[in-house]
Write a protein that binds this ligand. Structure first.
Ligand SMILES: *Cc1c(COP(=O)(O)O)cnc(C)c1O
Length: 397
């Protein structure tokens, strides 16, 4: 399913409109039908035997868990957008992460994990101790000095850039090249940037992982995860997903494909709004620091500018340390347009408090002020600023 209009030589915005979709195969309808199914019928025994020989189940028909036509379309679309060989879909972003990790590690191995990683990823890695796998957390700004942490049993280096909640940008090209030269696998959580704004596989990362729940689906109404793989590691990751029984739901995949069609315009808008908001926030007297790498005054701006082609709508502020946690909670509670909720990447604005000092290594997070993470949605920006300004008023009480 790759019509001419989705040709790789066309601009990404154009590819997004057509990739993984071929109306001529669906009676001319612009959007594909949702294939729901567990069982698919083989033509005959010989056909069944041939397909069953395929250990990573790339052929049809076989069984719904191994992938529907919709799943294949989304897998191919994401691989094309990020320059991967193929994609493995899972039920959630977190299961994409756990599946990719388990594909590569075994008892006795050592994982180097970025300290700014999404907290549930950390929680999972810490649980791997019981399987005899050790996880060590490294400073997101370590760059190639990560080499000093390599051991004989270091199997993989995991990155997330920018980091969850605190938004440090990593030197992904340098770390990935170093690891490739040492035979160490690299994985990255690329959810923040989406396939539009950062392409890890172009920098020699082995797998780029997405929580499709966020911008890809884009409407806070579905869940899926994606592991975009290079050709070498794909069979291994697909094989692990099959062993674990991972797959994504039919409707969630449909929403993922549909989300791609408008991804470029949504991201451009989130980016414009978030950058304006970040600049406004950095002028507010209550704010100690704005954590958003696309902000020219931010610490990681140069690295972001070098490697990324855009920024999304997720950022954080660190408030001045004089405001108590209680005051900051009152501020967040008073917001009317920013919903208090986990996740992000939908059309709506969100705010949530987080205290990295409760889970990060002390040397990598020393801020004293309270942190509030903001997702800047597509509402009118002045309305959003008015809401936040009213909220800041609550800090003084
Ligand atoms: C939300 C999120 C995930 C997990 O995705 P789910 O679909 O909620 O399981 C993984 N990584 C990052 C950076 C996220 O923000």
């Amino acid at each position: 399913m790759n019509p001419k209009k989705a040709n790789k030589s066309l601009a990404l915005e154009t590819q997004l409109v057509h990739v993984g979709n071929d109306p001529s195969q669906q009676f001319g309808y612009v959007s594909p039908p949702i294939y729901r199914g567990s069982t698919a019928i083989y033509e005959n025994i010989d056909g069944m035997k041939e397909i069953m020989q395929d250990p990573i189940k790339t052929q049809f028909p076989s069984y719904g868990r191994y992938g529907s036509p919709n799943a294949r379309a989304l897998e191919q679309a994401l691989a094309q957008l990020e320059g991967g060989y193929s994609t493995v879909l899972t039920g959630t972003g977190l299961s994409a992460i756990t599946t990719a990790l388990l594909a590569f590690v075994e008892a006795g191995d050592h994982i180097l994990m970025v300290d700014s990683v999404y907290w549930p990823t950390r929680h999972f890695c810490d649980s791997l101790v019981k399987l005899g796998i050790e996880t060590e957390y490294y400073d997101p700004r370590i760059g190639t000095q990560v080499e000093s942490l390599f051991r004989k049993n270091t199997k993989l280096v995991y990155m997330e850039s920018p980091g969850s909640v605190t938004f440090e940008v990593q030197d992904v090209p340098a770390i990935a090249s170093l690891c490739r030269s040492k035979g160490i696998i690299t994985l990255i959580d690329n959810t923040w940037a989406t396939p539009l704004y950062f392409k890890p596989l172009h920098h020699r990362v082995d797998c780029s992982i997405h929580s499709g729940t966020k911008y890809l689906a884009g409407h806070s109404d579905s869940f899926f995860g994606a592991i975009i793989c290079n050709e070498t590691v794909f069979p291994r990751v697909r094989g692990q997903a099959l062993k674990l029984g991972q797959c994504a739901g039919a409707e969630d995949i449909f929403f993922g494909l549909r989300g791609l069609r408008t991804l470029a315009v949504r991201m451009q808008h989130h980016q414009r709004q978030a950058l304006d908001m970040a600049e406004w926030l950095s002028g507010r007297p209550e704010v100690f620091e704005v954590l958003y790498p696309a902000l020219p005054s931010s610490r990681d701006y140069a690295l972001w500018k070098r490697d990324f082609t855009g920024a999304s709508g997720l950022l954080a502020i660190v408030l001045k340390p004089e405001f108590s946690d209680r005051a900051v909670e009152a501020m967040v509670d008073s917001l009317e347009l920013f919903g208090l909720g986990h996740s992000w990447g939908g059309f709506e604005s969100l705010a949530i408090t987080s205290d990295p000092s409760t889970f990060r290594k002390k040397e990598n997070w020393s801020n004293k002020g309270a942190l509030v993470r903001l997702h800047v949605g597509v509402e009118n920006l002045d309305d959003l600023k008015t809401d936040l300004a009213r909220g800041f008023g609550k800090l003084q009480n």
